[in-house]
Design a binder for this molecule. Structure first.
Ligand code: ADP
Ligand code: MG
Length: 334
């Protein structure tokens, strides 16, 4: 059973960035206005997210890392929403099967913070001989999740990572994406032992400002904001895209569907085709696109880590978005 759990977890979390994405989504779901991320050895040694969200009730800690434990299933509608988030209540459970997981959390009404350590889905003593029960500690409201020695239960996987700096780059890339998507949330990301952060974005700064800071001034200067919707097709789309004044060697495409960072080969291709008609050959755009689709029409029955999402009316929706984008960009050029 334990082996099965480990294998299943290793399929959901294939690299440190997958774990980080889950932790960031949880913090955002918890209403956090600030996310502080600390990383050691590309996240393989240490991955820590500290937020100032709602915190977790002490009573919920014993089952927190059991599979399918989620606080996000209040009504059926929520279930549909959760469906778009891929898997429900599996992230922390998975992480606890492949890493040392420590949770320190305080709700608004609790007089102190509580610290719990997990191993294989269950509470475990912090030190041999101690009780496994959560311990009271000093702390501020919010949650700190510490993931240490990721993949230590899967040594072959652990050895497969050749470059911790590659893993750190993937982490930075994911933090930038969420920082652009959540403009009300402050983000910082730091390598363990370094004094200055790689990313430091204060809360409540605009998206265009964040794009400038995270992707460079040349992107921000040629940026066009767009937004469109279609009730019949059932979508809302908004975002920022560079115009003909900007070009890069490769496309940067940030895609969020229902507030989850995903990949879509189809949408990426359609956007590149939209630009191909007016950008010089071998030059590419920056596009941030947030799509909101009726959760009942989204199909995430695809391998979770691939993050490939499909939905009803996909082709028509993509066409509508790209046509809108084309007309917006044409106005800028005129
Ligand atoms: P899911 O997000 O699908 O519910 P997870 O395994 O990611 O499943 O998290 C399990 C539960 O733990 C969440 O439903 C939430 O109640 C709680 N939780 C996890 N992270 C946080 C956090 N940073 N702040 C508050 N609650 C959290
Ligand atoms: Mg989650």
């Amino acid at each position: 059973q334990d082996v099965v759990n480990k294998i299943a977890a290793g399929e959901i979390i294939v690299a440190p960035v997958n774990a980080l994405k889950e932790l960031m989504e949880n913090s955002v779901d918890a209403g956090a206005a600030s996310l502080e991320i600390l990383v050691k050895d590309g996240g393989l040694k240490l991955l820590q997210v500290t937020d100032n969200g709602c915190g977790i009730e002490k009573e919920d800690l014993p089952i927190l890392c059991e599979r399918f434990t989620t606080s996000k299933l209040q009504k059926f509608e929520d279930l549909q929403t959760i469906a778009t988030y891929g898997f429900r209540g599996e992230a922390l459970a998975s992480i606890s099967h492949i890493a040392h997981l420590t949770v320190t959390t305080k709700t608004k009404d609790s007089s102190c913070a509580w610290r719990a350590v997990y191993e294989g889905g269950k509470l475990t003593p912090a030190k041999p001989g101690q009780s496994a029960d959560p311990k009271p500690v000093a702390g501020r409201q919010g949650t700190q999740i510490t993931v240490e020695d990721l993949f230590y239960t899967i040594p072959t996987r652990q050895r497969a990572f050749r470059s911790t700096s590659d893993e750190y780059s993937k982490i930075i890339d994911m933090v930038r994406r969420y920082a652009v998507h959540c403009p009300h949330v402050g983000f910082s990301c730091k390598k363990h032992g370094e004094s200055s952060a790689t990313i430091a974005i204060p809360a409540h700064t605009s998206r265009s400002d964040r794009i400038r800071r995270l992707y460079g001034g040349s992107v921000a200067n040629g940026l066009t904001e767009f937004s469109t919707s279609d009730d019949q097709l059932g979508f809302k789309a908004s975002g920022f895209a560079t115009n003909a004044n900007y070009s890069a060697k490769k496309t940067t495409f940030l895609l969020f569907i229902n507030h989850r960072c995903v990949e879509s080969f189809k949408i990426r291709k359609a956007i590149e085709q939209t630009y191909a008609s007016f950008l010089p050959k071998n030059s590419h755009p920056f596009v941030y696109l947030s799509l909101e689709i009726d959760p009942r029409k989204v199909d995430v029955n695809v391998h979770p880590t691939k993050q490939e999402v499909h939905f009803l009316n996909e082709d028509e929706t993509i066409q509508a978005v790209c046509e809108h984008l084309r007309s917006e960009l044409a106005q800028v050029d005129a």
